[in-house]
Design a binder for this molecule. Sequence first.
Ligand code: NAP
Length: 311
Amino acid sequence: MENIYDVIIIGGGPGGLSAAIYAGRARMKTLLIEKAFAGGQIAITAEVENYPGSIEHESGASLTERMVAQTVRFGVEKVYETVEAVELEGPVKTVKTSEGSYQAKSVIIATGAYPRLIGCPGEKELTGKGVSYCATCDGAFFTDLEVYVVGGGDTAVEEALFLTRFARKVTIIHRRDELRAAKYLQEQARAHDKIEFMWNSVVTEVKGDGVVEAMVVENINTGERQEILADEDDGTFGVFVFVGLVPNSKLFEGTINMQDGYIITDEDMRTNMDGVYAVGDIRVKTLRQVVTAAADGAIAAIMVDKYISGH
Ligand code: NAP
């Protein structure tokens, strides 16, 4: 059993990192597998202002960096590889990646979620050419230009506020006449002189030759369609899409019990399979936050310790 880990954690967002910190600290032989970069959704979040203790305009990237440093301190091994298949039955689990195969007595799934697309014509073709899903990554490209933010949740409003640092004007396009975002964010957005709203509206097409030049927006109450054109001097504008998340759970279909693509766990993060746990945004839960993902991770690691030691 020498090369068998006590626990493999799949995913390096706040849930996975927290599980890694607790598992490492419990002296479990721990491997964290992350496909791209640590942090998950918060790594591309400009500011995390509601994680307890974050009072100095901390970015998601810097919070992540500190969490990663903690995992290193507790001896967690880490690889940046894409998980391609899992075998979760029995006492020894196998996780196959693009680079090889790893075995463990238990697995913590922390694969989170990825941004949902609008799904309209032109969106895919113009991604990276005016259409973006990350204000932190692309906001600066729109300095002094106009920007449209699609969505009405926490992410949309938070990122719209961030984009005001660069853009001349930010218009939030929302499909209802009421935002879903937290009231505190709503108040800031409504009070901001650079932010405007287009209510009851959806984007039905994004147009442009190599770069976004126009967009069709439909009022869902009247059916009226309006073509928004780039200002002549600008030649382009930004379309930042924040219309929710899609769970990253394809790998586990058919083996782990799910509801609408989210993994079902009990309050100790156990799935329907022995030795397999799930934490963070991938889980069926009411509140998807850094603080709840981190709490899930801590609970799962402690439960894994009990599972392995038979207590
Ligand atoms: P969300 O809460 O699911 O909101 C998605 C928004 O997009 C909603 O306003 C929704 O409209 C709209 N929408 C969905 N599908 C659409 C479509 N096809 N076309 C147009 N609009 C569409 O997603 P999120 O804002 O990404 O947040 C995800 C989770 O992370 C949430 O639990 C959120 O609370 C959390 N989060 C927390 C913070 C924070 O606490 N600081 C920051 C970011 C995210 P409706 O409102 O009409 O459904």
